[in-house]
Design a protein around this ligand. Structure first.
Ligand code: HAX
Length: 440
């Protein structure tokens, strides 16, 4: 299929790749920082070690997609006719090509994804063979792997392809996989919770609205929420677990299906994407504990202290990079104030926000007491009837495909090499410390 976005991508990335190659050749010895022992033992936090072109995270300000903040994206990206939130197609276009798309370019992308969205029958059969109590993230990851039969990259590689052309079949895989994800995710939702009563896709709809429809939810507000949700979860620079997993697997020339399945496996961890289900579980447990209703601030305080005393984390709070309230939390709060200011669960989320940062900031070891994206997202979904909270991370995964697969395609166009950082043993470090002490 000939497409405008492919040409825009090629026109932007190929000169960029050549420019970067020259920059590295001329400045390769430039120092970007020093690595401390503490960093090595703290999950490489703050250690610059990889290239991600799609977005950059500032600890104080939050994420910027190709230089645009979330409030700017909500203002500048094209919207559906009569819609209030950006179309996620737009953020994908921006991340891939580096330029803000026009309304026509976004509409063309919606149509292109629709034309690529057919999911092979064996994927549904494979899913139907799994028990319905299989966690939706397990089903999602398995379905992505099952779709690998369609990988254009794998096929072209097997036939023999020059390195300089890798980006082309990777682009095709990226577009096909993104196009198919809503269908697969909605299928998992309907088979797990609604007796496998499937809903056929809409014709001519945008990616997010069609996804909501296939899950069984229609209307102006839920479409707006889905567009917002799928836009703001799309990317968070390169070092987070799902982005890094995609990059790492992809660096071995694993195709988009293998690489994105790795992302989903990492996103399924409770310290990463699964936190969105854990937040709602925690709030519902709190409510149950108190016999229902809206808990007071004192009751929330007690519950937070209990969570901490049991050696658990408060889900939805803290971040490895951010040091302020996540702008993705703020965007969702703004949405909730507009559409559901009286909702009970939303009000609990806001009351938790009033209480938790004060408690966590008194615990010295916690670097960020503020809420992250996952603290708010579940409450919005429940408001519209999507109450099956162990499905929430799948929604996150559908969105995250936009950023990590855009970057995977960019990485192949830039010829980024196989990733292989060094590792050391604690014994090696002990020897090093002993040697430096002897030298004093
Ligand atoms: N509740 C209780 N303790 C917390 C905490 C929280 N919300 N956040 C951090 N801590 C603890 C850590 O567990 C760690 O304790 P130990 O030293 O005893 O292991 C200590 O404070 C230092 O942690 P940190 O340096 O502040 O944070 P990390 O970079 O290690 O971890 C996490 C960042 C997001 C994993 C962490 O804040 C956390 O577990 N938060 C709760 C889970 C969560 O909301 N995850 C989603 C994050 C956003 C995301 O990726 N979404 O997908």
């Amino acid at each position: 299929m000939s497409s405008n976005i492919k040409k825009s991508f090629a026109d932007s990335i190929l000169p960029h790749a050549a420019k970067v190659k020259q920059m590295v050749a001329e400045n390769g010895s430039l120092k970007l920082g020093e690595i401390t022992l503490a960093q090595v033992y703290s999950g490489m936090k703050g250690m610059v070690g990889m290239i991600t072109e799609t977005s950059k995270l500032d600890p104080e300000e939050g994420i910027r997609f190709r230089g645009y903040s979330i409030p700017e994206l909500r203002e500048l990206l094209p919207k559906a006719p009569g819609g209030s939130e950006p179309l996620p197609e737009g953020v994908f276009y921006l991340m891939l090509t580096g330029t803000l798309p026009t309304v026509d370019q976004v509409n063309e992308l919606s149509a292109e994804w629709e034309s690529r969205s057919n999911v092979p029958e064996h994927v549904f059969k494979m899913l139907d063979a799994l028990p319905t109590y299989t966690h939706p993230m397990t089903q999602f990851s398995a379905a992505i792997l099952a779709m690998r039969t369609e990988s254009v990259f794998a096929h072209e590689y097997e036939k023999g392809i020059s390195k300089k052309d890798y980006w082309d079949p990777m682009f095709e895989d990226t577009m096909n996989l993104i196009a198919r994800l809503p269908r697969v995710a909605a299928y998992i939702y309907r088979r797990t919770y609604y007796n496998n009563e499937q809903i056929e896709p809409l014709k001519g709809a945008d990616w997010a609205a069609n996804f909501a429809h296939m899950m069984g939810y229609d209307g102006v507000e839920i479409y707006a929420l889905m567009r917002l949700y799928l836009t703001i979860h799309a990317d968070h620079e390169g070092g987070n677990v799902s982005a890094h997993a995609t990059h790492l697997a992809g660096s071995a020339l694993s195709d988009a299906y293998y690489s994105f399945s790795s992302a989903i496996n990492g996103l399924a961890g409770p310290l990463h994407g699964l936190a969105n289900q854990e937040v709602i579980r925690w709030i519902l447990d709190l409510q149950k504990d108190l016999g229902g209703g809206l808990p007071t601030k004192e009751q929330i305080e007690q519950y937070v202290h209990r969570t901490l005393s049991e050696g658990k984390v408060v889900p939805g709070y803290g971040h490895a990079v951010l040091r302020k309230t996540d702008p993705r939390f703020a965007a969702q709060m703004e949405f909730a104030k507009k559409y559901m200011a009286d909702d009970d669960i939303v009000n609990i989320v806001w009351r938790v926000y009033d209480v938790v940062p004060g408690i966590l900031s008194n615990i010295k070891k916690i670097k960020n007491p503020w809420p992250n994206v996952d603290a708010h997202s579940g409450a919005l979904l429940i408001h519209y009837g999507i109450k099956e909270y162990d499905f929430f991370t799948v929604l996150f995964g559908v969105s995250r495909s936009l950023g990590v697969l855009a970057q995977l395609t960019i990485s192949r166009a830039m010829g980024l090499p196989i990733e292989r950082p060094g590792s050391i043993t604690s014994e090696w470090i002990e020897d090093k410390i002993a040697q430096s002490q002897q030298a004093v």
